[in-house]
Design a protein. Structure first.
Length: 482
């Protein structure tokens, strides 16, 4: 394979009339998809876009995002998907850092795109003015393809550079995990400005000539109905919770759905069990923007056996659990380090953060896990979330798991607060369903936690702050208690 667009060209040659996309009731065949890619690539080249230049997509989910992705691969350019959930100031800062030559937008974001300081802003499908192209060699799988900015839940967003070969390695692991077949139709409702929406199911499906049903945005009812006709789908906990609350989910069980993959956060065990009770394996996928995202995952064959595990390491990468630069003993908690073709090359224009994150090719994820004797990994927590109280480590997720089934609580987060005696102490921040007091919350933990792990306070709020992927933002929760 020379560049990633070969996937589409080969599928078009084998099955030209096969649907590549189902989008808003319309079908785009692989032949049409390949023609669109070739046309966009030619226009980009004629418009002066050269190898290594950035182009950007600013819009809702749309097949055009993938047309631009594969056109960029064909000519060696880099696609920057912009997160439309960010404020105008945040988007402008990302654009200033990434310096794309063109921002393509849909009709939803015409006015926002017009305000960006870039050489050219176009609604997708528009004509690109002719320009001189300074050709810089033949692109390959080693060329950078995606520039994806992290959610910034712990600080300033960083631009993650993923080469074309990372998407190849990622696709192979996804196909393995899902037992994906060319005859499958996969569903994606997650936003395409994150690697989860781009790469957990859609690009792997394209790698084998399968069909992608793409929704412009998430609607619980539409998603529940779609699950009755697709073979595979990807969700995050907030999305799945909304789907499970619909009558369409409760009254009808899919006869086609062979697997449901879930990632982005620590998944509630009761959610896993509820899906498994319907006979559908729910695969946990662990990774990060920096791993494209596949790194550790369950498979359709093992998901029901090891409920709560994040799975085993992928065939295309290596995983270590590390404390103080040493691998931990089996069963002990350590930071997850990942190495392989799926790992990013660097942070865009940020050598300092790159050096912090990468050591001899190993990406230090900042996440903590344990591995059991069967090779399964079990997520513990984020290192940055660990509360150190009187010299002891307290993992907030341990407390949160015990409180998730509390009948009076809607959602909960645990963070550390400064304490003059202990250094830090755990505080529960919760959204209640009904009348609830601190004693109701702390009481269910009594006897289930060591005394030093017991929360010292419970703060009730109207809602917990979340980022674009539905993750609770710990830094914002800590700001609440201060």
């Amino acid at each position: 394979m020379t560049t990633l667009d070969v996937w589409i060209r080969d599928a078009a040659a084998l099955h030209p009339e096969k649907p590549a996309f189902v989008f808003q009731g319309e079908v785009i065949t692989y032949a049409q998809f390949a023609d669109l890619i070739a046309e966009r690539a030619a226009r980009l080249l004629a418009g002066g876009i050269a190898r290594g230049d950035r182009i950007s997509w600013y819009g809702m989910n749309n097949p055009e995002a993938f047309v631009l992705l594969f056109a960029a691969a064909k000519i060696g350019a880099i696609l920057l998907p912009l997160n439309w959930r960010l404020s105008a100031v945040e988007v402008a800062e990302i654009v200033e850092n990434a310096t794309p030559k063109i921002v393509f937008h849909d009709h939803h974001f015409a006015s926002q795109a017009a305000g960006l300081d870039v050489p050219l802003v176009l609604e997708f499908g528009g004509d690109i003015p002719l320009s001189v192209n300074n050709e810089q060699g033949v692109p390959s799988l080693n060329d950078p393809l995606l520039l994806v900015y992290t959610s910034g839940s712990t600080g300033r967003p960083k631009g993650v550079i993923l080469p074309q070969k990372a998407l190849v390695a990622n696709a192979q692991m996804s196909v393995q995990a899902h037992g994906m077949r060319p005859t499958d139709t996969v569903l994606n409702v997650l936003p395409l400005f994150h690697v989860g929406g781009l790469n957990i199911l859609p690009t792997p499906a394209f790698s084998i000539g399968a069909t992608v049903e793409l929704h412009e945005s998430f609607n619980p009812t539409d998603t529940a109905l779609a699950l009755n006709r697709v073979d595979l789908a990807i969700v995050v906990p907030t999305v799945l919770a909304a789907v499970m609350a619909t009558p369409e989910w409760r009254t009808k069980q899919s006869e086609t759905l062979r697997g449901l993959s879930i990632g982005s956060t620590d998944v509630p065990l009761e959610m896993l069990k509820a899906v498994h009770a319907r006979g559908v394996p729910m695969l946990q996928v662990y990774g990060a923007t920096e791993t494209t995202p596949f790194a550790i995952f369950q498979t359709v064959d093992t998901a029901m056996i090891n409920e709560g595990s994040i799975g085993i390491e992928g065939a295309n990468c290596q995983v270590r659990l590390v404390v103080d630069d040493q691998d931990v003993a089996q069963g002990d908690a350590g930071e997850i380090w990942v190495k392989g073709d799926n790992v990013f090359t660097h942070y865009w224009q940020d050598p300092v953060e790159t050096q912090k994150a990468l050591e001899d090719g190993w990406f230090k994820t900042g996440d903590v896990a344990r591995q059991d004797s069967d090779g399964n990994y079990w997520f513990v927590d984020r290192i940055k979330h660990v509360i150190i109280s009187g010299g002891e480590n307290i993992y907030p997720s341990e407390i949160e798991r015990l409180l998730r089934d509390h009948p009076k609580l809607e959602e909960v987060a645990v963070v550390g607060a400064a304490d003059a005696r202990w250094g830090e102490v755990p505080i529960v921040v919760a959204v209640s369903k009904t009348d609830c007091c601190e004693a109701d919350v702390v009481g269910v933990l009594d006897g289930k936690l060591a005394r030093y792990k017991m929360p010292k306070k419970v703060l009730f709020v109207d809602a917990l702050p979340r980022n674009a992927m539905g993750k609770i933002v710990a830094a914002d929760v800590r700001a609440m208690i201060n």
